[in-house]
Write a protein that binds this ligand. Structure first.
Ligand SMILES: Cc1cc2nc3c(=O)[nH]c(=O)nc-3n(C[C@H](O)[C@H](O)[C@H](O)COP(=O)(O)OP(=O)(O)OC[C@H]3O[C@@H](n4cnc5c(N)ncnc54)[C@H](O)[C@@H]3O)c2cc1C
Length: 473
């Protein structure tokens, strides 16, 4: 029986190689190795074959063959996902990394069409070369790819102004589980012709098909960014500052990130060439960024915002970045909290969101929960306060077995944090998705009606359940 299966896989690989050529298929263990564990080294998987199509036609050929042989498929982009979705568990692994062409830049339409394997930093550069902005920005932007960013509906640090990936996509091309190609690459801002199917693929985490290309929105480049680094006494003060900043700038706030003292200390300890531009004993920093269309008056706007905030005792102290290097430094601190935290050790991680009006309440009650249920544990809560999205991480108490805390002993605390989130009408996955990590929890957290609708969509597009089995649903 096992031999039969082995023979089937061998024939499948031979036919795949005929269809895609030797460049498109690999069974070499060294080449496969980086694709079968995640970036943190937390999950390890396996695959019989790594498929590397260079075109939509090749993805279609591979998917048609997988359907004929009844084989499950795991699409992969930059493999930077956080929820154990991109690591194969025996499925055929389709990497989109060779699909990295720019199909079109339509400057007059403020749109560009890129293939799924284009890395985010390159997408940003292409926009800039055309005097436009592609605003998506996140810590993994040097590796994450357009197809993965769409499939996880990635967020990041500019959501406040420009929205999540879902808000940045005009059209999608995808290959369905049976190998058919759906060309939905329309660069339209208005298109009310029935169900908007692209949204099914955005955030689907590869459970409905393989995204092969997308038409993305472009924006005018701001003439100037004013960036400030401020100290505040509490998350409540941070939320008050957000309201003030939005009103004072006419909605020009593009970044509003909260950084806790401990997160900052870890960055200063573990990340080379970092320094705090405003040393203070206060427990919180906020990075405020305004993006403005004119240099004239921009600095005055930031100065008067901060003077007002200090006058109202919302902000304790503030520094406005006077150079590009200073701006880069405060962003470096913010972007490296997760990296520094990883160097420090393991942590229970929660990527959660609540309405912005309840962020402060969540952070206070969440920290109290952690300290009661796990005395001695430290909370590192940071991130996109302007979107109501906090990365709420809890380090093991001193002396605890780190692995055991994260995989076992800390789980009741994680459940309590998610219960708190649910009671505040929040989400247990703000931007990282569900993957295999949160799949079981999703099933009982969502209502039966919502789960039924999701399963019906899955059955309609993937009746054999071969796309990323075990993820999301
Ligand atoms: C340091 C760091 C910081 C991060 N910061 C953020 C952040 O601020 N905001 C945020 O939202 N995320 C963040 N992430 C998470 C991660 O970068 C995003 O989830 C990103 O969108 C994943 O893109 P990827 O190309 O690496 O996808 P992968 O990790 O390869 O895949 C992610 C999921 O999408 C599926 N998939 C991938 N490509 C395709 C495709 N072409 N078609 C169909 N399905 C596909 C995979 O099967 C998997 O389920 C961060 C990650 C790291 C490591």
């Amino acid at each position: 029986m096992a031999d039969d299966q082995g023979d089937r896989i061998s024939t499948f690989i031979a036919r795949l190689t005929d269809a895609l050529g030797p460049k498109g298929v690999s069974t070499d263990a060294h080449e496969i190795d980086p694709h079968i564990s995640d970036w943190r080294g937390r999950w390890k998987g396996s695959t019989p074959v790594l498929v590397k199509p260079a075109s939509t036609e090749e993805v279609s050929a591979a998917m048609t063959l997988c359907a004929a042989y009844g084989l499950a498929v795991n699409p992969q982009g930059g493999n930077s996902g956080m929820v154990n979705g991109s690591v194969p568990q025996g499925e055929v692994l389709i990497s989109l990394k060779r699909m990295n062409k720019v199909r079109e830049v339509d400057v007059l339409n403020d749109a560009m069409t890129l293939e799924a394997g284009v890395i985010l930093t390159r997408a940003q550069e292409i926009a800039e070369q055309n005097d436009r902005l592609f605003p998506l920005s996140l810590g993994a932007q040097g590796v994450a790819m357009i197809g993965g960013l769409i499939s996880t509906n990635a967020g990041g640090v500019q959501v406040l102004r420009y929205g999540m990936m879902r808000d940045l996509v005009l059209g999608i091309e995808a290959v369905l589980p049976d190998g058919r190609v759906w060309n939905g690459l329309r660069g339209l801002r208005k298109d009310n012709t029935g169900y908007d199917l692209k949204h099914l693929f955005i955030g689907a985490e590869g459970t409905l098909g393989v995204v092969t290309a997308a038409t993305l929105k472009l924006f005018p480049r701001p003439a100037v960014k004013e960036t400030a680094w401020v100290t505040v006494a509490s998350p409540t003060k941070a939320v008050e500052l957000l309201q003030l900043a939005k009103a004072a700038s006419g909605g020009a706030v593009t970044g509003f990130e909260i950084v806790p003292q401990l997160g900052l200390q870890l960055v200063l300890r573990h990340i080379p060439d970092t320094r705090d531009p405003l040393p203070s004993g206060l427990p919180w920093r906020v990075l405020v960024e305004l993006s403005l269309p004119r240099e004239e008056g921009a600095r005055d706007m930031m100065e008067s915002l901060l003077a007002d905030a200090i006058g109202r005792e919302i902000v304790a102290d503030a520094v406005i970045c006077g150079s590009e290097a200073q701006k880069a430094m405060v962003w470096k601190i913010r972007e490296n909290i997760a990296v520094a935290e990883r160097a420090h050790g393991k942590a229970l991680k929660h990527d959660v969101s609540v309405p912005v009006s309840r962020v402060a309440e969540f952070m206070e009650r969440g920290a109290a929960l952690a300290h009661t249920m796990s005395p001695g544990a430290d909370v590192i809560a940071f991130g996109h306060v302007g979107d109501g999205n906090i990365h709420f991480n809890i380090t093991p108490p001193p002396g605890a077995d780190q692995e055991r805390f994260v995989e076992q002993d800390g789980l009741p605390l994680s459940k309590a944090v998610h219960d708190l989130i649910a009671s505040l009408n929040g989400s247990i996955s703000a931007e990282h998705g569900i993957g295999r990590l949160k799949r079981d929890e999703l099933a009982w957290r969502k209502s039966a009606v919502e789960m039924d609708m999701m399963r019906a969509v899955k059955r309609a597009l993937d009746p054999d359940g071969r796309m990323n089995p075990g993820r999301v649903l």
